[in-house]
Design a protein around this ligand. Sequence first.
Ligand code: ARG
Length: 472
Amino acid sequence: MTEQFRNKDTAWSARFTEPVSELVKRYTASVSFDRRLATVDIRGSLAHAEMLAHVGILSAADLLSIRNGFSTIEQEIGDGAFNWSVDLEDVHLNIERRLTELVGDAGKRLHTARSRNDQVATDIRLWLRDTIDELDLALRALQTEFVDLAETHAGTIMPGFTHLQVAQPVTFGHHLLAYVEMLSRDAWRLQDCRRRVNQLPLGAAALAGTSFPIDRARVARSLGFEGVCGNSLDAVSDRDFAIEFCAAASLIMMHISRLSEELVLWMSPRVGFIDLPDRFCTGSSIMPQKKNPDVPELARGKTGRVNGHLVALLTLMKGQPLAYNKDNQEDKEPLFDAADTVLQTLRIFVEMVPGIEVRADRMRMAAAEGFSTATDLADYLVRKGMPFRDAHETVALAVRKASERGVDLAELTLEELRGFSNLIEKDIGGVLTLEGSVSSRDHFGGTAPAQVRAAIAGHRERLGTAVGEDGR
Ligand code: ARG
C-alpha cells in the first residue's frame, strides 16, 4: 500500500505514511487557477534546462528530450487535451508529471537546482510582465481615443465645475485631456513597476540557493529579465511587485471611475451633455422609457473590487516571516482578477469613448448659466488697476444684481456695469462672453482652444499617433 501510494499520488510521498485527506487536497490545490501560468511555467523550465545543460548538469540528450516533451505538452494544453489533475496540486507538478510520463528520467532531472518556490515566483513575474505590456497597449489606445475626441471638441464650450457648481467656462477638449494626463501617469507608473517585476528569482531554489554551479545571469538573459534577485530568501518570498501592480491597477480604476461618474451625470436627462450609444446601455425590465449607462456604472463598481485585491495582497504579505510560506499561493487569484478587470475595463472604454455623442448646445447653455464669467470681470478690473480683493467684491455686487434680475453678467448694459465701477469701459465687450473667457486662458496647461490644440499635438507625438503617420 505504501509503495503504491508513494509512486502514484504525490511528489513527496516517501516521507509520508498516508495520503492527504480529500478535503485537504482540495483546500491546498491551486491547479484550478494557476494553470493559466502553464505557458510561462514551460518558458521558465526551458530556460532552466538550457542553463543546466550549458553548465554540464544535464546532458544534451536529456535537454533534447525535455524540449520535445514540452512541445508535446504545449500542444496538448493548446488543444484542451491536457489532463489537469487536482491530485498533483498545482500547475508545476502537473506539467512535471506529464513531462516525466513523456520523456522518463530526463523529466525527473529537470527539477535539479530548483524548487517550486523560485519556480512559481519566476512564473508570476513572467506572467505579470506580459500583462503589463498588454495594459500599456490598452492605456495608449484609450489615450488616443480621448485625444481624437478632444481634437473635435477643442473649441466646444462647457461649464467647468468646482464643488459640482458652475465655476468657469472650459473647453470640452480640455476636460477630456485631463483624463489623458491621468492615463499617461498610469502608464508611466506601470512602466516603473515593470522594472521591479522584471528581476529573476530562479536560482534561489527553496530559500537558500543551490549547491549546483548554476548560471543565473544566463537564465535571466534568455527570459528577458533585466536583473537577478540579489537575495535568495527575498526572491522566493516577497510579493511586493504584485502589490505594487495592484496599487497601479487601483489607480487606473480610480481614474476610470471618476470618468464613469461624469459620464453617468452627463447622460442624466437633467444634464444631457452627452448620450451613449445603445450598445453600451441597457433598459429596465419594468420602466420602458429607461436607458441606463450600465458600462460606466459597472466600471465604477468594479473599482471597489480591484481596491479590494490590493488590500488582500497587502494583508496576505504583512504577517509572513521569511522565507516562502504557503500563504503566498493566495497571491494569484487577486492578482489575476485585478489584471483581468482593468484590462477588460480599458478595452471596453476604448470602444465606448469614440461613441460618445456630445450635445454641444446643452453644454453651452449650462455654461451660460451660473455667472461663469464672473472671474473674467474681476480680472478685467484688476487689469484696469483695481486690487484683486476689491474687484472680487465689486463683481459680487454685480452678480447679485444680475441674479435678482434673472439675467447673466453679459446681459447687463454698459451703464449698469459702470454703476459698480467706472473703470468698466466699452472694451468690456468680448470679456464676458464664453468664447472670450476660454480664449483668454491662453498659457501652457490652460483651457484656450489654441492651448488644447497644442497639448493634443504633444500627446500625439508622445503616443506615436501624429496625424498622417498611421493614415488618420
Ligand atoms: N503552488 C505553490 C504556490 O503557488 C507553489 C510553491 C509551493 N511550494 C511549496 N513548498 N509548497 O505558491
